[in-house]
Each structure stands twice: as structure tokens, then as C-alpha cells.
Design a protein around this ligand. Structure first.
Ligand SMILES: [Zn+2]
Length: 365
């Protein structure tokens, strides 16, 4: 009898976290979607079309008013312009379901803590909660030297490999997303995606028929729709969606295409949100949307970013979570940092990422 009680107690203590996770009925389970939009400036997020930058990209004798981007996205005020650019994000997501920090005009700042201000260090800071400036200092395809919060969530929630998935347009997400190869389901860069659905197989095949100009990144449409296919088929609890086009179009000086990419992304968010709301097992889904770095502020340096570019450390962060009640824009608050993303998304899933990790950022409440 004593022995039997002892065994029960041990089993309860040992299995506490996974047990409580498993006990949650499918209809009310927590799910998490992390989304990053590469190198999107806070000025563009909060102010929409910047006419000074657009003009600087046009031919000397061209009229601003004749440009397609101006016709599509110009309006009188920053609030109107951003709603032209991302109507669903502003009028639905931020108005009714979530909030966004990083509008410096309102006293809300978000920034990276790494000093490099480019992609791999930014994404690693997002996924590990810490900058490692001496170790992570290039965009090379190096396996992440540090365990990521995605791997931790898989282990702590006792999920299968398909239950935690990363879909990225940039191929380096194969390495950034996990410390231990094979821990997660990853589809990034030009990579085939296997599916029994003929339409999804065709989509996977087409990515190789439509090369971008950027070598290491495919178009975001493939990344998004393959992620949606995985959501529908495998019902993952944790998905990381890493979109890229905003950064590559900016490096190429195509501000009009940056705006196009943001506009398309708004459509993806609408499609994702509509689908999540229609699925009984995704009713409690937490979404965090952010970027890996900013870019320059001026018509000279908006295309670029890096340690020497003023503004490249400035970012933004949006939260759509049943755990948060705030709506709309954050105002007058202490600066938030990219190194808080890992602990924040982990806390939404009932996991403490800060325990035993003194260097990581604290959860945002
Ligand atoms: Zn980047």
C-alpha cells in the first residue's frame, strides 16, 4: 500500500507538466504562432507609405503622383496610410484582438540588444532570448550554438516533431531554428514539402520554377501556403512563420515592392486568422509578430542596416494573445527588447524560459 502510494506520487510529480498539457482538451489547448517580417522599419509599420523615400526611388523627371505605389497607398495621415497598407492588421487585429509596441512617436520603443543589427543575430536573439555577439556574428549557415525556445517547447509540451514547425523563406532558418538537427519540422529556403494533397505538392514543385533574384530565399507566398498546409494536416501546437521579402526588396532599392510585400502579408494574416477562428482546436492561439532588425531612417540609408546604421536597432512587436487585454498601440512605456520574445511566447504556453537562464529577457505582460 505504502509502495503503491509512493509510486503514484512519483508519477504525478515526474509527469506534472506533460500531464497537465495532455489533460487540456483539444478544443481549449493553447497554440502559438510566431511570425517575423524581415527588416520591416517601425516607421513603415506605423506610418505606411513614406513619400520621401518613394520619391527618392523614382526617376528624376517622374511625378510622385503618377507612381503606382503612391496611387495605391497614399493618404493624408500616418494612421490612414498604414490602414491603406495593412487594413486587416490595423482595423481588425490591432483594433479588436491585440496590441503593438514600437511607435516612437507615442513614446513606445522596441529594440534589439545585439549590436550587429542584421538577420542571424536578430533571429537568434528572438529564439534564444539572448544576444551572443561574439559567437553569432554572420549570416552563414551555422547550426545555432544555442538551444532555441522552439526546441524547449517541443520537449516540455511532449510534442511530436511535426508539432513544432518552422517555415521560412530564407534557407538559413534550417540552422537558426534549432540547436539539435531534427528536433523540429523545418521547411526553409527552396525545399520540397511532401504532401498527399496534389495542390500542395504542386505548390511545392512550383517554388523551384520561380526563382527569386536572391539565391538563398524563395518567395513568401510558398512559405505561407506551405505553412498553412502543415497547419491543416498536422495540427501543430507551435508554428514559426518567417517571411523575408520585405528585406530583400529593400536591399534592392524597391520601396514599392516593400509596400507590396507588406500588403500581401496583410492578406496572409487575414487568411491565417480566419482559418484559426474556424478551427475548434485553435481557439486559444497566441500570435506574436515582430522583426529581426530595423533599417536606416533616411532616403540615403533606408535600404540597409547593420552595426553602423542608425535606426537599425529600432524594431516593433505585436501581440495577439488570450493572455493580454491591451488593444491598439502601446504608449509611453519602458523600452521592450527582442530578447524578451522567447520568454514571452514560452510563458503563453505555460513554460518558464527564464529559469536557469539569467541572461535572457523577461516575459512581456
Ligand atoms: Zn534581416
Amino acid at each position: 500500500m505504502v509502495a503503491r502510494v509512493f509510486i503514484v506520487v512519483i508519477a504525478l510529480v515526474a509527469g506534472l507538466a506533460p500531464l497537465s498539457a495532455r489533460r487540456q482538451p483539444a478544443a481549449t489547448r493553447d497554440a502559438l504562432i510566431l511570425i517575423t517580417l524581415d527588416g520591416v522599419r517601425w516607421a513603415d509599420m506605423f506610418g505606411g507609405l513614406d513619400t520621401g523615400i518613394l520619391r527618392s526611388t523614382l526617376a528624376k523627371d517622374a511625378r510622385l503622383e503618377d507612381s503606382a505605389a503612391y496611387k495605391r497607398f497614399n493618404a493624408a495621415t500616418p494612421a490612414e496610410r498604414r490602414e491603406m497598407l495593412m487594413p486587416f492588421f490595423w482595423k481588425e487585429l490591432m483594433a479588436k484582438h491585440g496590441s503593438i509596441a514600437g511607435n516612437r512617436a507615442l513614446g513606445s520603443s522596441v529594440g534589439v540588444t545585439n549590436t550587429h543589427r542584421f538577420s542571424y543575430p536578430g533571429y537568434s536573439e528572438i529564439l534564444t532570448g539572448e544576444a551572443h555577439d561574439d559567437v553569432i556574428k554572420s549570416n552563414d549557415r551555422i547550426q545555432n550554438p544555442y538551444r532555441t525556445v522552439l526546441e524547449e517547447l517541443r520537449e516540455r509540451l511532449s510534442l511530436p516533431a511535426a508539432g513544432v514547425a518552422a517555415f521560412g523563406s530564407w534557407e538559413v532558418f534550417n540552422e537558426i531554428s534549432e540547436h539539435t538537427p531534427g528536433n523540429l519540422t523545418i521547411n526553409a529556403g527552396y525545399e520540397a514539402f511532401e504532401s498527399r494533397d496534389p495542390a500542395v505538392s504542386e505548390l511545392s514543385r512550383m517554388q523551384f520554377q520561380t526563382p527569386t533574384a536572391w539565391d538563398s530565399a524563395r518567395y513568401d507566398a510558398y512559405t505561407f501556403y506551405l505553412a498553412m498546409a502543415h497547419l491543416r494536416a498536422a495540427r501543430p501546437r507551435v508554428v514559426y512563420l518567417a517571411l523575408d521579402e520585405t528585406d530583400d526588396w529593400a536591399h534592392g532599392g524597391r520601396y514599392d515592392r516593400v509596400l507590396d510585400a507588406l500588403s500581401r502579408t496583410d492578406g496572409y494574416l487575414k487568411e491565417l486568422w480566419t482559418w484559426l477562428r474556424s478551427q475548434p482546436d485553435y481557439q486559444r492561439t497566441h500570435i506574436l509578430i515582430t522583426t529581426d532588425h530595423g533599417r536606416g531612417h533616411t532616403t540615403e540609408d533606408w535600404k540597409t542596416h547593420g552595426a553602423k546604421i542608425e535606426g537599425a536597432q529600432e524594431t516593433w512587436m505585436a501581440f495577439i494573445s488570450p493572455a493580454m487585454t491591451q488593444r491598439g498601440e502601446w504608449r509611453n512605456q519602458p523600452e521592450l527588447h527582442t530578447n524578451q520574445v522567447a520568454a514571452t511566447i514560452a510563458s503563453w504556453m505555460g513554460v518558464d524560459w527564464t529559469a536557469g537562464r539569467p541572461g535572457v529577457g523577461k516575459p512581456i505582460k
